[in-house]
Design a protein around this ligand. Structure first.
Ligand code: A3P
Length: 320
């Protein structure tokens, strides 16, 4: 992890000692709090958030399991919300000079990582955009009386897993070999994985979106890839900033999709060379393909993970 252990308070250390704990595939210590596995320092951020966050009615929270399309969702939402600033052209768009993670930071990993009362002065524009990898139930108490909106993006579990493997190996500069894939695979299937179990994460937002569809939008990476026009319109409608006929006629939908495309973003100087929290921006952009897992998982692995997911999601109405 990029965060320091000395951020953990004595109170949190004592809480951790009472929680189930485990060592994850990279040798990091994780503990299970309210049904979700966190690295110790992430848990501190979660607790700070739970104690200190005060939602505003217009807030938008972008949620995801890591490696499910967070960067893409951040870029699209920034571009959608930024239309009111009336860029006559896209020459000076913030996304051209700042990585999406720099524009929309994570609540528990960045903003509330050190304190439960961070300075939110830079979030002065409306709506405020935040991101999180916490499951929905971890935010429940904190935001239950607020009409703030939550957008969740999920992705096929096998592609998410493979994307994690590449990401982790790039961040920790470890070898991309079968043994690192197998250990990540094993933890993923056990659920003893950062922000896991994966299925609990999915289900918390899935149920939330069924209970309150005006408040929680459930999106799928695969649907975004397949029907980007429909999905970005759906996102804009949900956020309360639908495209006008005029904007559609002027090609704005395509313009935003092009701006936020993997090809465009990954080719920008800022994303080729910059860093955030010690992670090279370029690591957030890889292939962005559906079904890339087929190049790496054996039929046995495929079977094993399909069986688990099928069983866990059974009866929920959620399918991949
Ligand atoms: P792959 O590793 O399969 O290529 P996250 O943003 O949640 O960290 O997820 C990273 C995954 O999203 C990576 O998948 C990455 O290539 C893909 N991705 C990043 N930016 C994207 C974009 N603008 N459009 C589509 N996919 C994108």
């Amino acid at each position: 992890s990029n965060l320091r252990d000395d951020m953990i308070s004595e109170e949190t250390k004592s809480l951790i000692s009472s929680l189930p704990s485990h060592t994850d595939a990279q040798g990091g210590k994780i503990c299970k709090y309210q049904g979700c596995w966190y690295h110790y320092n992430t848990l501190q951020g979660v607790l700070n958030f739970q104690r200190g966050f005060q939602p505003q009615d217009t807030d938008i929270i972008l949620a995801s399991y890591p490696k499910s399309g967070t960067t893409w969702l951040k870029a699209l939402t920034v571009a959608l919300c930024d239309r009111s600033n009336n860029h006559s052209s896209y020459d000076h768009h913030p996304l051209l000079s700042v990585n999406p993670h720099g524009i929309v930071p994570f609540l528990e990993l960045n903003i509330y990582h050190e304190s439960s009362s961070p300075d939110l002065a830079k979030f002065s524009s409306v709506p405020r955009l935040f991101a999180t990898h916490m499951p929905l139930h971890a935010m429940h108490e904190t935001i239950k009386d607020s009409p703030c909106k939550i957008v969740y993006i999920c992705r096929n579990v096998k592609d998410t897993l493979i994307s994690w493997w590449f990401f982790k190996c790039a961040v920790y500069k470890t070898e991309l070999n079968r043994s690192s894939l197998e250990s990540i695979f094993k933890s993923f299937c056990n659920g003893t994985f950062s922000y896991g179990p994966f299925w609990e994460h999915l289900l918390s937002y899935w149920r939330g979106s069924l209970e309150d569809p005006k408040r929680v939008l459930f999106m799928k990476y695969e649907e975004m890839k397949e029907k980007p026009h429909d999905q970005i319109k759906r996102l804009a409608d949900f956020l309360g900033c639908p495209f006008t006929k005029e904007e559609v006629k002027n090609g704005l939908v395509n313009e935003i999709l092009d701006l936020c495309s993997l090809r465009n973003l990954s080719g920008l100087e800022i994303n080729k060379t910059g860093k955030i929290n010690n992670i090279d921006h370029k690591v957030f952009f890889r292939k962005g393909e559906v079904g890339d897992w087929k190049n790496y998982l054996t039929p046995e692995m495929e079977n094993q993970i399909d069986t688990i997911i099928q069983e866990k999601l059974q009866g929920s109405g959620l399918k991949f």
